[in-house]
Design a protein around this ligand. Structure first.
Ligand code: SAM
Ligand code: SF4
Length: 327
């Protein structure tokens, strides 16, 4: 079992499989993209699979595949097949922009991968295109509805962006009225690779909740797992639920059970921290499982207690882009 230096059990890995993306969401990266790493610095599918197996042997039982956009990697399904064979790995999920997932939906279903988070920051097409800087709305919307109606456990992630999409908060919530889906509203974080700058946000989770309350005064809170980053609610008469994720306010750090590995093998122990070490180099230099495990233990044993503590320690962490971190 992995336990950090604050006695928190670490059983959840967020594994980025690429830093590339076919969208250019303005809260994630600049219009021209970021300096994407050279191909040979990305972990291969075999390396991603090996690392996952090692981490599962150390006590990770939940893996979320993220990126960049996971499905820009043509060999992604090979990894997904490997993961489903791993004993002890009980929960495999994917976070995607849903532009490219269409051809893989049937196989994901047959592999038993049911938990899909879809990022959708607007229900209005023009707003979507302004934010993502691409014209993929119809594809995303069709894939989203297909995933929901085919029985996947879908969560929609919507980032509340001042002056950009807050007029869509109530309309996007309508998805939860008609479908058994969870719509989650996230606070924006300053990890956008220099796309824009801000030090504080006006649309924090309390503001989002007040806004929702103005239209749905009788929503009520649902119980959530202790390690959940979302605070979840139900509106009477709605088929689905909604939630808020205080990713900038950071109310959930105390029970954090996550470890992140970037597409280049960096170990990131907190969103607001810089990478502590790199597993690709260890894997390629020595190949030794013991050495890899040692590095994982070292990282887990040196975690900041909260995102605020990490931010204080790693001063220029806000120059990062979420496409390199994995969200
Ligand atoms: N491309 C996939 C997607 O968009 O779902 C997966 C990678 S993306 C980096 C993972 C998550 O991070 C998405 O839900 C995205 O909305 C979120 N994200 C990206 N930049 C963010 C930012 N600056 N603040 C808050 N969340 C962000
Ligand atoms: Fe791509 Fe996801 Fe970043 Fe948007 S949030 S640019 S879809 S990685």
């Amino acid at each position: 079992m992995l336990v950090d230096n604050h006695q928190r059990k670490i059983n959840y890995l967020r594994l980025a499989v690429t830093d590339r993306c076919n969208l250019r969401c303005n809260y994630c990266m600049p219009a021209e993209g970021i300096d994407f790493v050279k191909n040979d610095r990305l972990l291969t599918i075999e390396e991603l699979s090996r690392l996952s197996a090692i981490l599962v042997s150390q006590g990770i039982d939940k893996i979320r595949i993220t990126g960049g956009e996971p499905f820009v990697r043509k060999d992604l399904m090979h990894l997904m097949r490997q993961l489903t064979k791993m004993k002890g790995l009980n929960d495999i999920s994917i976070t995607t922009n849903a532009t490219l997932i269409g051809p893989y939906i049937d196989e994901l279903k047959s592999l038993g991968i049911k938990n899909i988070n879809v990022s959708l920051d607007a229900i209005d097409k023009a707003t979507f295109e302004r934010i993502t800087r691409r014209d993929q709305y119809d594809t995303v919307h069709n894939n989203l509805i297909r995933l929901i109606t085919e029985g996947f456990n879908v969560r929609v992630n919507f980032i509340a962006l001042e002056h950009q999409n807050t007029q869509d908060i109530l309309p996007v919530l309508e998805l939860a009225k008609h479908y058994k889906v969870s719509v989650r509203f996230l606070e924006e974080m300053p990890f956008n690779g220099g796309s824009k700058s801000f030090q504080k946000i006006t649309w924090d989770y309390k503001h989002i909740l007040r806004h929702i309350k103005s239209a749905h005064p009788d929503y009520y809170r649902l119980p959530s797992p202790e390690t959940s980053t979302s605070i979840n609610y139900k509106i009477p008469g709605f088929k689905g639920t909604f939630g808020v994720i205080p990713s900038f306010s950071r109310t959930f750090c105390g029970s954090c059970n996550r470890l992140r590995i970037s597409a280049t093998g960096d170990v990131i122990t907190c969103l607001y921290a810089k990478a502590s070490n790199n597993l690709r180099d260890v894997m390629r230099k020595t190949g030794s499982e013991e050495k890899i495990k040692e590095q994982i233990l070292l990282a887990v044993g040196n975690r900041a207690k909260t995102g605020f503590e990490a931010q204080e320690k790693y001063k220029n962490v806000f120059s990062n882009s979420m496409t390199s971190i994995g969200g």
